[in-house]
Design a protein around this ligand. Structure first.
Ligand code: ADP
Ligand code: GLC
Length: 508
């Protein structure tokens, strides 16, 4: 029996369900059931977030929920368990090979999205992030932790988790959920699976001697399977077995088919692209990124009137120990890792400071970058302010108060920070790669440089500084950046198209 929530006559993507109304005269009508999507993720900003994936996992299902019955599956980290108020255990998922049994919880987010949670304290009830301990080292049992996630996804999709629900399609994200499509394939299940690659550099590679304990058939340990340069790779498994691959910008979708960006997987990705099974879909940003309403800002503003930026700039200066100044303020809001070109930002300091500019940095990551940044700030007191850590409020005020955001990433699958910066009237200065190339219009909403070298980066910074000196040009660019559309609607429709194609291919 279908309930009214499953009826959706608007969506063009539903499967047909047949209903016969047999009262008096016989009437046979076709009604549409909303398709069910299981969105599998290792982080979601509602409860726990390590990077952009958490934000996308919170926003994309919400952008799609009007068209689909989208439900989330996530491991039961302690931050998840403590924040979902109505969580109830609805099933037990059995142990399998070396993967322990676990409970399956079901609860809802504050705005009513259904969340399935893996209840397995021995794997997930720990301090630290989803992936690493408090010293930054990978959890030594990450293979079991995320095989548990993949196997549960396959079970729930087939109706072996929630007896009242099964998935028409599985949407996987990054290596932690990569094995789900492989488990389905090994069971001969043809449920369509989409894998979104948020970052190809994180692959989940493990020793081959882990195969038996993860329930991976020896026969799958080959180039046409889970093997990747002698290792077992969760990401490779996801790419190999999923029906369709997406990544988070068109430029990155193209880049990863080439050796320079393909992290060893470019051959397979090129094949998928040639088969029409690889798409780039840019991320959006959610409605909370609005400088006219953001509660974290000390003064709110809009594209029509951005005088309020100054109060935010002064607050940032104060809290980062910078002198009061009317010169340009540059911000860095970033994980401190090689990918983000932190070394380039550090090396460009002299160019900025010598022209009267200031830099505020917030980030955490590799110890060497943290140490270099601390050192930089003590060499430039009043001009370079550094906070090692993570703080949403600081980040938002930095986007709001800064004139420029430095983002010299060596590669950037999509990047959200440059979109937030533009929305808040801070012009990104960024390497022309991946999502940065797709979301910044050079000389219009920010500044792009063509290769990740210090000289090219400095040239772009100089262009920024010149613009700062011309008030009218700065105003025009700021306005263009703030008015640039960044919402989720267009991207959500692209995902709908991909879902449809994957479902049709599964029926063929
Ligand atoms: P990635 O996921 O590769 O780190 P993205 O640009 O997609 O890069 O997303 C990064 C997100 O994390 C942005 O929302 C950014 O504002 C936020 N962020 C990064 N570092 C910090 C920090 N130290 N404090 C607060 N927010 C941060
Ligand atoms: C990854 C990428 C980043 C992207 C984010 C969300 O963390 O590094 O570029 O924006 O995922 O898709």
């Amino acid at each position: 029996m279908l309930d009214s929530s499953q009826l959706d006559t608007v969506s063009g993507v539903s499967t047909l369900a047949h209903a016969e109304l047999l009262s008096g005269s016989q009437v046979s009508v076709s009604i549409k059931r909303r398709q069910s999507i299981l969105f599998v993720t290792s982080e979601i900003a509602d409860y726990i977030k390590a990077g952009g994936l958490g934000e996308v996992a919170a926003a994309l299902p919400r952008a799609l929920r009007h068209h689909y019955d989208v439900r989330i599956l996530i491991p039961g980290y302690r931050q998840v368990l403590s924040q979902i108020k109505d969580l109830e255990e609805i099933a037990r998922l059995p142990a399998s090979f070396g993967i322990p049994a676990c409970g399956l919880g079901r609860g809802t987010t504050q705005d009513g999205l259904t969340v399935y949670v893996l209840l397995c304290p021995e794997l997930y009830d720990r301090d630290g992030s989803p992936y690493v301990d408090s010293f930054g080292a990978d959890w030594s049992d990450n293979d079991i932790r995320f095989a548990r996630l993949g196997l549960a996804a396959a079970d729930i999709a087939c109706g072996n988790g929630d007896t009242l629900w099964r998935a028409d399609l599985l949407h996987l994200n990054d290596w932690p959920s990569g094995l789900a499509s492989a488990y389905l394939a090994w069971r001969g299940q043809r449920i369509p699976t989409i894998l979104t690659i948020h970052n190809l550099a994180y692959q989940g590679n493990f020793d081959r001697n882990r195969l038996p304990c993860l329930g991976i058939p020896e026969a799958a340990f080959q180039i046409n399977g889970v093997e990747f340069y002698g290792k077992l790779s969760f990401l490779k498994a996801g790419i190999y077995y999923s029906s369709h691959i997406t990544t988070v910008s068109s430029t990155y979708a193209n880049e990863i088919t080439r050796p320079e960006f393909g992290c060893g997987l470019h051959g397979l990705l090129r094949t998928r692209a040639e088969e029409g099974r690889l798409d780039g879909i840019i991320n959006g940003i959610d409605a909370s990124w609005d400088p006219s309403t953001d509660p974290y800002l000390v003064s709110r503003f809009s594209a029509e009137n951005f005088r309020g930026k100054r109060a935010n700039a002064n607050t940032v200066r104060k809290s980062f120990g910078l002198d009061l100044s009317s010169g340009p303020l540059f911000a860095v809001v970033s994980r401190l890792v090689h990918q983000k070109g932190v070394d380039l930002a550090i090396s460009a300091t002299e160019t900025i400071v010598s022209q009267g500019g200031q830099i505020a940095v917030i980030g955490q990551g590799e110890a060497r970058f943290e140490a270099e940044l601390r050192n930089l700030s003590s060499r430039h007191p009043g001009s370079v302010g550094v906070k090692i850590g993570y703080d949403e409020g600081d980040a938002r005020r930095m986007y709001a108060g800064s004139d420029f955001l430095l983002m010299p990433s060596r590669f950037e699958p999509c990047g959200l920070s440059q979109m937030y910066a533009q929305r808040f009237g801070s012009l990104p200065i960024a390497h022309k790669t991946g999502g940065l190339a797709d979301t910044i219009e050079d000389g219009v909403t920010g500044f792009l440089f063509g290769e990740p070298s210090l000289n090219r980066f400095k040239d772009a910074i100089r262009r920024g500084l010149e613009t700062f000196r011309s008030r009218s040009r700065l105003t025009t660019m700021r306005r263009a950046a703030m008015n640039r559309p960044h919402g989720w609607d267009r991207s959500a429709s692209r995902y709908q198209e991909v879902y449809e194609r994957a479902c049709q291919a599964a029926l063929a």
